[in-house]
Ligand binder design. Structure first.
Ligand code: DLZ
Length: 157
């Protein structure tokens, strides 16, 4: 997928100060994860979210179960992780399980789950998307912004 045509969130115009947002972050690939988490925190701050719970899990495979728990008592969830392709099919199984699981959490709970899971061929692709100095994209910020914007849209229905 390409970033062309990406939506630009107008976070400052939202009043998200009353939202409770849960962030679940995997722990593999520390530098990339630090960037994703910082980007998510920045987006939540820009939107005025004051109530943020951050939970760390070992790997991306564990994101859905923690997201499900957070969705039970938060208005929105942000899931952050990075999986880098190796020499075995393991990559495909972890990515598929995490993606399917997070989608299921969103639909089962009715709460938005911001999808900040990077699935990359190599570490450079992940660094390019991590919102770090020199990165071209900021996927942690994007995922948190999407979760908050969607929670806002749902609250108006
Ligand atoms: C096992 C594994 C591997 C090989 N690679 C990654 C990765 O690139 N990113 C990630 O978030 N997690 C990885 N894991 C760990 C699995 O997600 C999971 O934590 C373990 O299989 C234990 O359930």
């Amino acid at each position: 997928m390409s970033g062309t045509g990406a939506h630009t969130p107008q976070l400052e115009s939202l009043d998200a100060s009353g939202l409770r947002v849960g962030v679940v972050a995997a722990s593999w690939h520390t530098t990339v994860m630090d960037g994703l988490l910082a980007g998510a925190r920045r987006a939540l701050e820009e939107a005025g979210v004051e109530d943020v719970t951050v939970v760390r899990v070992p790997g991306s495979f564990e994101l859905p179960v923690a997201a499900a728990r957070l969705a039970a008592d938060h208005d929105a969830v942000v899931a952050l992780g990075v999986v880098i392709r190796g020499g075995t099919p393991h990559f495909d199984y972890v990515c598929q399980a995490a993606t399917d699981g997070l989608g299921r959490v969103a639909l089962d709970s009715g709460k938005p789950v911001g999808f900040g899971l990077l699935t990359c061929d190599d570490e450079q692709q992940a660094l390019d998307r991590a919102g770090l100095e020199g990165s071209v994209e900021d996927k942690g910020h994007e995922a948190a912004a999407a979760a908050v914007e969607t929670a806002d849209a749902l609250s108006a229905l």
